[in-house]
Write a protein that binds this ligand. Structure first.
Ligand SMILES: Cc1cc2nc3c(=O)[nH]c(=O)nc-3n(C[C@H](O)[C@H](O)[C@H](O)COP(=O)(O)OP(=O)(O)OC[C@H]3O[C@@H](n4cnc5c(N)ncnc54)[C@H](O)[C@@H]3O)c2cc1C
Length: 402
């Protein structure tokens, strides 16, 4: 096994991981970014998301007011430059930014590949770690970049909290706080000449879950047409157990079953075929950091501004209940809450930070925090906090030596 030494190791190449790694490298840290799949982008890419959520303040009097500047703003500028239309849209009570996943992926890839001091290891999974007292001593990687990595600071940006679970710094969602997961198929060759394909698909799946031909967990499955007119996305909703590898296989099998049913029972899907699919089940809830502070539903809905707040967020609590389905609880129009830096710091592991969906948040708060706009900003801040701690550590080591 090869052995490698870095200042900062970021595990997970989703929005939070990319901004964390780019920021750490910009601050002069020798940085490694590890991603299990073949490209950067995380769930946004793997689920073909149509919108970036959580970027704007949702204030009707000052529309499209960006909540966070810095690297989030830079990312958005580059995304806008590459897009052929202005993505800003109001949808109901929230403001979103429409995007093509291919451009989203390209911008993240460019940000990372152009960054000096950053090594990106794709098709490489974090598998295990060794502790030395209250510090992570080394990380084991498998796949293309197989080896043993030592890093002064570790940032968990896996979404599912894989690093923090392994070092005992994680918390599982309480009962009643686990949300439905998703699994997406990109489907083409749909006949939408009567403009009924989404309605027929949603109705057909719903009926099959009611009469027992499909499992009930699939009842909130939806089909939406792509904006570019090329087919659409079939988004399965699935009961989720955290980090069970066989769940991914189950999601694939159910995806095939749903499409088979649609082909058989609707004219619109008779010739439909799959051109792409999620490589894994996409979780909404999972292991989160046991942080110094745990942000909760009240903090979110009351728009609490903490003194050590480091990221602004305003997305509603969008909770996908396994029985009742999705429901939204909104902040007041134009209101925002601050996520304190203590939600990114581990209570017990001194060189571990969380970024993105696995920060320290209750299940309900997480249903607001987890959107891509907020995760981009969380990654940048996690890196800044980690580097500041690293510099303090170096300073105090120098004092001890002298
Ligand atoms: C069905 C669904 C639809 C959604 N729709 C939207 C939407 O339209 N707009 C929006 O803004 N948000 C949406 N979200 C939320 C959003 O996609 C995620 O919450 C967000 O991407 C989280 O970002 P992240 O960087 O924390 O984690 P992720 O995006 O999940 O990225 C984590 C990365 O870590 C990698 N990884 C995991 N484990 C390891 C390991 N052991 N080793 C190496 N790499 C690893 C993963 O492959 C992944 O690339 C949706 C979520 C779901 C589930």
């Amino acid at each position: 096994m090869k052995s490698m030494v870095y200042d900062v190791a970021v595990i997970g190449g989703g929005p939070a991981g990319v901004t964390a790694a780019v920021t750490a490298a910009r601050l002069g840290a020798d940085t490694l970014l590890v991603e299990r799949f073949g490209d950067l982008g995380g769930a946004g890419l793997q689920g073909f998301h149509p919108y970036l959520c959580g970027l704007y303040r949702n204030a009707p009097d000052t529309p499209f007011d960006l909540l966070n500047r810095g690297l989030t703003e830079e990312f958005l500028r580059r995304l806008t430059r590459e897009s052929d239309a202005d993505g800003r849209q109001r949808v109901g009570r929230v403001e979103v930014h429409a995007m093509r996943t291919s451009i989203y992926q390209r911008v993240l890839r460019c940000l990372a590949s152009e960054q000096r001091g950053l090594r990106v290891a794709l098709l490489t999974g974090f598998t295990a770690l060794e502790m030395a007292g209250s510090r992570i001593e080394s990380l084991r990687l498998a796949g293309v970049g197989e080896g043993c990595v030592k890093a002064a600071m570790v940032i968990d940006a896996t979404g599912d909290g894989e690093v923090l679970r392994q070092c005992g710094a994680g918390c599982e969602p309480k009962s009643g706080e686990r949300q439905l997961a998703g699994y997406c198929l990109r489907v083409i060759d749909i006949d939408d000449s009567e403009r009924m394909a989404p309605i027929r698909a949603n109705y057909c799946v719903r009926r099959a879950t009611q009469d027992g031909r499909l499992p009930t967990e699939l009842r909130y499955t939806t089909f939406t047409l792509s904006r570019d007119g090329e087919g659409g996305i079939l988004k399965l909703s699935l009961r989720a157990e955290p980090a069970v590898p066989r769940d991914d296989q189950r999601a694939r099998t159910l995806g095939d079953k749903v499409l088979e049913l649609l082909r058989r029972e609707t004219e619109e899907f008779a010739n439909a075929s799959v051109v792409d699919r999620s490589p894994r089940m996409l979780h909404r809830s999972g292991t989160s950091l046991r942080g110094i502070y745990r942000i909760n539903q009240n903090d979110v809905l009351r728009g609490r501004h903490f003194e050590n707040g480091c990221v602004r967020a305003a997305w509603p609590i969008e909770f996908w209940d396994p029985v009742a389905g999705p429901a939204l609880k909104y902040l007041n129009p134009g209101a925002w809450y601050a996520i304190p830096a203590d939600c990114l710091r581990s209570e017990c592991v001194t060189n571990l930070y969380a970024a993105g969906r696995c920060i320290s948040a209750t299940g309900r708060a997480l249903a607001s925090v987890r959107v891509i706009g907020t995760c981009l900003a969380l990654g940048e801040v996690a890196a800044k906090i980690a580097i500041a701690a690293y510099r303090n550590m170096e300073k105090s080591n120098a004092c001890t030596v002298s």
